[in-house]
Design a protein around this ligand. Structure first.
Ligand SMILES: C[S@@+](CC[C@H](N)C(=O)[O-])C[C@H]1O[C@@H](n2cnc3c(N)ncnc32)[C@H](O)[C@@H]1O
Length: 332
């Protein structure tokens, strides 16, 4: 996965645009960016950093919603077309790296569909314990290799067990380290991951490694021709964030978070299409906005994504919880 995505001719190293292969929430339209801008403003934060910012769709939408916010993106790809005042770093963020100047304090740091493309090793349960799954990069043919190293084995025992014979799991240690790196780098701020996830009580027994190319899900091949992704063990991440000094996490689905941030269906307010001619552009805009909200909140699609927010202070935690759930810390 490391070689296929980030090796010399790797999928992301080559600068592939995710939007050519699958659709992410920032690519749906501007409503997602509006919600992120509202979250930052509600927290009293004036800076937003996106790690794994792709072609900058999210930063664009945030800027359109609130041009006063300071923005910065990091990605392997060269700077995309962005508002001139937005900052950009071309490179690969690694845990322990310093965040761009100013964005390590009083900032909202966003990892949108980033953690799921941090490489994982796949293991398979056998009668003699877990074994690494080795894969031929060109044919995709698999065979069992040695047992995972002791740190990975400990991670599996803690977060992905029992592992039955023939079951598969993905070792999330590198994701935990990346997440802890971000959480530990920001003071007086909030780090937000949005991704597809699972928890200990509901791990997929066959694992979740998947590949996408040209808007189709295909059999995973490690030849660099496709995106490779695996769902994120969100409970392990949250524990890593706590070890990095954060209060307990705020965990909500995207559909809950967006409604709490007032990204809501407005169809009741839209005039009937039959009455459209005098204000057809307005009607059309409302219908487009309505379709966007429905796509972002659909419970069989993007609305099921998890938002994991970890703050650097208890006060920011309480505010984030209120903003993302619509409930105050005492539950009302
Ligand atoms: C699935 S795409 C998501 C893009 C965008 N956030 C979105 O949701 O539309 C993941 C992006 O993360 C970038 N990426 C992966 N690892 C990275 C790292 N360590 N540092 C910076 N960017 C990274 C890839 O180049 C790719 O553009």
């Amino acid at each position: 996965m490391e070689h296929a995505l980030y090796g010399p001719d790797g999928f992301y190293r080559r600068g592939e645009w995710s939007g050519a292969h699958f659709r992410t929430s920032p690519q749906v339209g501007t409503a997602f960016g509006t919600a992120i801008a509202r979250l930052a403003c509600g927290l009293g934060l004036s800076r937003i950093l996106e790690v794994g910012a792709g072609r900058g769709e999210l930063l664009h939408a945030v800027h359109a919603s609130d041009p006063t916010l300071q923005l910065h993106g990091i990605d392997l790809t060269p700077r995309p077309a962005l508002p001139p005042e937005a900052g950009w770093t071309t490179g690969r963020y690694r845990p322990g790296d310093r965040l761009p100047a100013g964005f390590d304090h009083q900032s909202l740091v966003v990892a949108h569909e980033w953690l799921d493309v941090i490489p994982v090793d796949v293991v398979c349960g056998t009668a003699h314990g877990p074994r690494l799954v080795l894969v031929d990069p060109l044919t995709g043919r698999e065979r069992l290799g040695p047992p995972p190293g002791s740190s990975d084995a400990a991670w599996l025992r803690r977060w992905w067990s029992p592992l039955g014979v023939g079951d598969r799991a993905e070792v999330g240690r590198a994701r935990d380290a990346a997440w802890a790196g971000l959480v530990g780098s920001v003071s007086q701020g909030l780090v937000l991951a949005v991704d597809y996830t699972h928890r200990r009580e509901s791990r997929p027994t066959g694992g979740s490694l998947a590949a996408y190319r040209g808007h189709r899900q295909i059999t995973p091949v490690a030849d660099g021709s496709a995106d490779l992704t695996a769902h994120v063990a969100v409970d392990a991440l949250a524990a890593a964030g706590r070890r990095a000094g954060s209060p307990p996490p705020v965990l909500v689905t995207q559909s809950v978070a967006l409604r709490a941030l007032r990204v809501r269906s407005t169809v009741a307010a839209a005039p009937p299409v039959a009455a459209a001619p005098p204000d057809a552009p307005l009607t059309l805009r409302r219908l487009v906005a309505e379709a966007e909200v429905r796509e972002l909140t659909a419970l069989d699609g993007l609305g099921r994504f998890t938002w994991l927010a970890q703050a650097s202070t208890p006060e920011l935690h309480d505010t984030a919880r209120r903003l993302l759930t619509g409930r105050s810390p005492n539950g009302r």
